[in-house]
Structures are given as structure tokens and as C-alpha cells.
Design a protein around this ligand. Sequence first.
Ligand SMILES: [Mg+2]
Length: 310
Amino acid sequence: MDDSASLTRAEISLEGLSIGDAFGQRFFSIQPNLESLIRNHAVPAAPWNWTDDTAMALSVVEVLRRRRGIDQDALARCFAERYAAEPARGYGATAHQILRDIGLGVPWRQAAGSVFEGSGSMGNGAAMRVAPLGGYFADDLEEVVRQAILSAQPTHAHPEGQAGAVAVAVAAAMAWRMRGSPPELAARAMMEEVRKRTPAGETLAGLERAVTLGTGCDPGTAVAALGNGSRVISSDTVPFALWCAARHLGDFEEALWVTVSGLGDRDTTCAIVGGIIALRVGREGLPVKFLRARETLEPASGSRSSMTRP
Ligand SMILES: [Mg+2]
């Protein structure tokens, strides 16, 4: 099977995801006049360094490239290797624990299953890295759902953590599938498919609220109804991110400004939105000045990974 078109989609999404991640993260280091700078679309000075969102997405794409699907052992190993190489990329406390344990040889099911007294993580980390996977499997939505869950499980044992990954992966796939339709129509179809395919729970409840809210209101109203990721869990991150993506599906730059205006977990909300919208607008729709400001991604060969060993 020739999967070059699938890989190209995953790589375009990764570009958008990493730009969003680095853009959003840059606003954590701006203190005075933050909200007025965002309102005026004042582009922050380079460099914009990417964070754990991109590090983990690089691993997802690496596994897709090598295995043409999610091999969970390979993905867990890849996550742990990148973490060990660069632990200061902004990982959350639970991720530190899980990835350190996996690196020490603890089986990933045990490492991911033991956190939060055995209930597993419902954090937004599986959602933040998954958009390229939605691009890769965009031809088959059932496979998008199945592979998204596989990609979440090595770190997110809780169903809510996995639901966030499903929602974002389906949204990413739909952004590509509907790219020929007008943005508003495409956004409605995207949210409808996300609602249909996201497992029941708090994340889905937030997505339902996002659809009811519609995209006509201001971002502050959306944050009040949906959250902004400040709790760093799937259910308070994914609904707002998908609301932003639906509101500006055809305009990458505007989408990121609106997303960052919600503050909260802004590297992650912007990573999710960037990874989705890149699949609609393509490489040529990514703003060059944003791309230049973002720290370069590492070479795509993955040559430092144990996955390349026979
Ligand atoms: Mg981050």
C-alpha cells in the first residue's frame, strides 16, 4: 500500500499543530498588556519554542511513518525516549511520572493505569497530539476512532482522556474531507461527526454545549460555557478548542488569535486548533511569518529512535 498521501496529510497537520503549540506557548511569557496585545494581533517576537504537545505529536507521526498505524508499544517507547532526551518541554506532572516510569521499563499499561489512584489520566495530553493521526486515516472515520483510542492509551487510561483524542482526530479528518465545501458548512459537518463518534462523557457533554452555543458568540462567552483548558483535562480543553476551530475553519491565523484570546492552556488549545485547520488550508494556508518564528522541528528521519533498529 502506498501511504504517501496519508503521511503528507499527517505532516501538514503536524506543521499546523507545532505552530499553534509554539504560538500559544509564547503568550505565557508575556505579562503586561497581554489581552490588548492579543486583541491587536501583535505577533510576538521569535523564537517561539514548541513544547510537549509537539514532542508527542512527533512521536505519533514517527510511529505512523514506520508502522502505518499505532503500535502501542512502539509509541510508548517513542514517547519515553523523547521525554528522556528533553524532559523540560513543559510536560505536566502526571506525564513526567508516566514517561519516566516507561523509560525505566515499567509496562505502559501499568504506568498509565496506576496514576490518579488507578483511574488513569483524563488530561488533555492525548487530544493535543492526535490531529496528525486524524489526517493520516482521514479516508476512514471508523479507523480514525480506533487508532485515536490506541494512540491515547499508552498515557491516558481514563475514558475521558481517550474521548478527547477521538474528538480531535475526527475533527481533523473532517477538516480534510470537507475542505472543498464552504467553511460554515464544513464546520457544521465536522461538529456533527465529532458528536456522533465521541464516546459519552464529560467531553462529549462539552461538545454538545459548544454546538448549542453556536459560533456567533464572542470567545469570552464560549470560555464561560466550555472552559479554556485551565484544568488541563480533556473536558475543559477539547470543547473550546473545537469551538474555535469550527468558528474559523478557513483561516488559520484568525483561528489561533481567537484561541489564544481564551487564555487557559493556550499552547494546547492552539496546538489542537492548528493541527485541525492545517488539514483544510494546506501548507500554503499556513502563515509564513508564524512558520519562520517557530523553532524548527527535528529532522523527520527519527534516526535517534530505537524504532529504526531491526
Ligand atoms: Mg505544552
